[in-house]
Design a protein around this ligand. Sequence first.
Ligand code: PLP
Length: 448
Amino acid sequence: MKIENIDEPVRILNSNVDVKSVIREIAQDVNQEEAFYVCHLDEIVQKHRIWESRMPRVEPHYAVKCNDNITVLEVLAALGTSFDCASKVEIAKVLSVGVSTDRIIFANPAKPASHVRYAASVGVATMTFDNESELYKIQNLYPNARLVIRIRCDAVDAQCPLGMKFGCDPVKDAPYLLDIAKSLNLNVVGVSFHVGSGCREATVFHRAISFCKDLFNYADNLGYCFTLLDIGGGYPGVRGSSIDEIANVVNDALDIFFPDPSIQIIAEPGRFYVTSAYTLTCNIHSIRNVGNREDGSRKMHKMYYINDGVYGSFNCILYDHQVVKPQPLRDYVGTKKYSSSIWGPTCDGLDQVIEDVVLPEMNIGDWIVFEDMGAYTLPVASPFNGFPIPKVHYIASESVWNMLKDVVTMSEDSFKMMDGSMSKKLESANNRYNYSDIPATIELPHYN
Ligand code: PLP
């Protein structure tokens, strides 16, 4: 499977340059009319540092579905994260950036047969299941796979609940499925769960980890020796959010239920890593004023039409239940404010980005910025009605860029001296690519 990297080169910023100045610079270009993203790679690196400091025992397997952009995958691969893939194309993408197969979990409990065959052909052995037919399928197609049973344990409140579709009941169904797996001579190695994407109840992680412990015990009695606990996704990623509360619950529960350090603990964070790295900027191409112009007593409402909508990046409103916040790029000091709505460019009446918000009066050609647009936006977007999916401009600070380059250009000797896990991370990152392939530092001279 061939994956093409069509990404733009990364621009290296002079110090003290923020995303807004980069956006202004791009938007000022007279030829710039399309909506565009700016992706700040420092944010992704910073998220990884936060993850490692808050949950040092938990190895992140980035959920590729959230944003499968090759540059994002490359940066995460260089940082040493592992990956959660849902399909053969996602597996191929991750392999294409040089990640070794043991850093991938095929975390889709209901897999088409051809995808299982592909996983077997490339040697991605670790995969989840939550039903009996999947066990027979795997026995047929990949009998040596390392299986992880996915249980259901839902947060009382989550942006996108998943339990209605995936995860077997940990009490009523999981023991039965483990019995079947044993009778089929399958190699089950652990338990996973996903509490729901955008989890708003930290304590659910305690409940879920406790269910997993019960199943480790049950498996023990069956003659299995489980070594893997996968605590799934659900961690928040927007600016100003924090994973501290969840991390405290997770760390405490691991201490109580899984004190043995030889048990491998992994997670599948998606939105946590990428949400805040992406900022979308859209152009107003049309305006409709509605309301009674003669009767001053009735308020005017302004309808702004922008060049990205729910068929493009803002599909996240429909599918991911996101609430997006418009920020006019320019300052509108002293400008009159109106009740306003924002609409996407297609001919569908459903294509509404914001129903009602008070905004200063804006003009055709003005720009509106939307932050926190990195998760579950681009991979789902379509060019419906011929409106293109916005291009992404990548930026990074010089220090982060140099750090990433250092990670992948360390000599054999330097990583041999390090402890086992770190050297493994560097080795796999190092095996695969050379950051100097990506066009070197391009300075943006105006951004000082
Ligand atoms: N793992 C699985 C199996 C998922 O289905 C998802 C999201 O749907 C994720 C991980 C990522 O979840 P999040 O982005 O909430 O971290």
